[in-house]
Design a protein around this ligand. Structure first.
Ligand SMILES: Nc1nc2c(ncn2[C@@H]2O[C@H](COP(=O)(O)OP(=O)(O)OP(=O)(O)O)[C@@H](O)[C@H]2O)c(=O)[nH]1
Ligand SMILES: [Mg+2]
Length: 481
């Protein structure tokens, strides 16, 4: 046993040659105390991953709320066994991103007229300390109190789409974007940008006004891809969600078709700006936040993807597959955790399961498994077994059985987004398999969005989530033993 664990520790240890690059100040925890916490298994860095609108902010708010209260988590074993003593929010450390606005997010959901959070515009971090009694300690009458620091970041889903740029040159990236822009549904939206860049004098010294115009038209194209076509792959992510970079010349570039010959001064400037964006903005975001996770939940708005039709569904699938290639998976021992963290637990979750009746949840999960099969396969190859769940972080509907010409139908009842009274509706059925090409009729799927049901802070009420506790048990249950 001792030999085996020593061997597996050695396997985790990087080769000597690699060490210098791995042990850069940024890859190590910032404080000696953090290092000790990691070494003693007292820190768990959870990646909450999802495209725009996937449900990250609602999920983070809901798990924090339930962990702080320690209630409504029957499937979290530490809670069920009454070993969870409590939780508290920890203040940010020097150098941390701004704190996740938990109080505001929860207050908005708990207001008399509750509202969903606005799309996230900036990075923020949440640290939650959980105190628990070690398993078996109660029986042995030992007051063995332990703690686990849960660290989570929230960020705009668009920014995830930047991670693949780290592996691409400007020429490769341009070729990929132009190929996509030549096909429907993007082709119909790309006209203004493409005709502008086709008319550029590429040999001449670039004029600042033309650079600004090229970037503005490309940004407009990306915004239309998002807003009019419902597409997910809009790169670079900060063009549509700039955060603090709004107006910065870091965002003034765009992809170009290959030059027709001769000197390409305009292209050289675009390539330089692309590399600057990739090497400063994206690389530091990845290095400081995305290269250090221990566990991951990937939230997928599968119902929204079905609603938007075949092209968008495929686009979400491709976006997730590409983005998830940027994460490192594999079993993690102590040394790996310190020097080269890898994700050792991976959970895929179909969010907003309360949009459909429970008899559809099984198919929702099956469909999710197929949608993310590439990423799940990669994780399996690296030696970890992904889990799948359908959940709702804030359950906003009830289930109602209705009779339709003698046939019992499972319906949901809630307040539709933008309305102010309850409606009962039959949301439709979810296929167990990805629809074939000719199964995608215009209006095959019409899952509706609901307004949030008011989050109850105290006292009893209706169930407030679906399987959030099961997700937590998968993600951190073993670390609360
Ligand atoms: N019914 C229901 N709707 C949800 C739930 N979670 C999220 N939603 C819906 O999904 C929308 C997006 O959720 P967010 O948590 O803001 O998504 P996000 O991943 O943070 O999105 P970005 O910040 O844009 O990256 C919300 O405005 C709600 O309409 C849920 O548990 N139930
Ligand atoms: Mg958000």
């Amino acid at each position: 046993m001792a030999i085996r664990s020593a061997r597996s520790a050695l396997k985790d240890f990087p080769a000597v040659g690699e060490l210098a690059s791995l042990v850069s100040p940024s890859s190590l925890p910032r404080h000696a105390r953090d290092l000790a916490d990691l070494a003693l298994d007292r820190t768990l860095r959870l990646a909450v991953t999802g495209l725009r609108g996937g449900g990250k902010t609602v999920f983070i708010t809901a798990i924090t709320h339930h962990l702080l209260l320690g209630r409504e988590l029957p499937f979290l074993a530490a809670g069920q066994e009454e070993r969870l003593l409590g939780a508290r929010l920890m203040p940010p450390r020097p150098g941390d991103p701004p704190p996740f606005p938990f109080a505001q997010a929860r207050a908005a959901l708990a207001a008399a007229a509750p509202s969903w959070p606005a799309p996230t515009e900036r990075l923020s971090a949440l640290r939650l300390q959980l105190r628990f009694v070690a398993k078996g300690a109660l029986r042995r009458r030992l007051a063995e109190h332990r703690s686990l620091n849960l660290e989570i970041i929230d960020y705009p889903g668009e920014w995830l789409l930047d991670l693949p740029l780290l592996e691409q040159s400007y020429a490769e990236w341009s070729a990929q974007i132009l190929a996509a822009a030549a096909r429907p549904p993007r082709a119909a939206l790309a006209g203004d940008w493409l005709s502008f860049v086709a008319g550029l004098e590429r040999e001449a010294p670039p004029e600042p006004a033309q650079v600004v115009q090229a970037a503005a038209l490309y940004t407009r194209y990306l915004q239309r891809c998002q807003a009019e076509a419902g597409l997910s792959r809009v790169q670079p992510g900060r063009f549509t969600m700039p955060g603090d970079l709004a107006g910065s010349d870091l965002l003034q570039f765009c992809p170009l078709p290959p030059p027709e010959g001769g000197r390409d001064r305009f292209g050289a400037l675009m390539a330089e700006r692309y590399e600057r964006y990739r090497d400063t903005v994206v690389r530091s975001f990845y290095r400081d936040h995305f290269s250090r996770f221990d566990r991951q939940i990937v939230l997928v708005d599968l119902l929204g993807a079905l609603n938007r039709g075949r092209a968008c569904f495929d686009d979400v699938e491709a976006a997730l597959a590409t983005v998830l290639r940027s994460f490192r998976y594999g079993p993690s021992g102590l040394l790996a955790r310190l020097f080269r963290p890898r994700i050792e637990v991976l959970l895929f979750a179909a969010s907003k399961a309360d949009h459909v009746a429970p008899n559809q949840h099984h198919n929702l999960r099956l469909l999710l498994e197929q949608m993310v099969s590439e990423a799940a396969g990669n994780a399996r190859f690296e030696g970890i077994r992904p889990a799948f769940v359908s959940l709702a972080a804030l359950r906003s509907t009830d289930v109602v059985r209705t009779d339709h010409h003698g046939q019992a139908l499972s319906c949901v009842r809630g307040i539709l987004k933008g309305e102010n009274r309850e409606t009962v509706l039959f949301p439709g059925e979810i296929p167990a398999e990805l629809p074939a090409d000719d199964d995608w009729s215009e209006d095959r799927f019409r899952f509706r969005d609901f307004a949030p049901r008011r989050l109850v802070l105290q006292g009893e009420g209706k169930p407030q989530h679906i399987r959030l506790d099961q997700a937590l048990e998968v993600l951190l249950g073993d670390r609360l033993r």
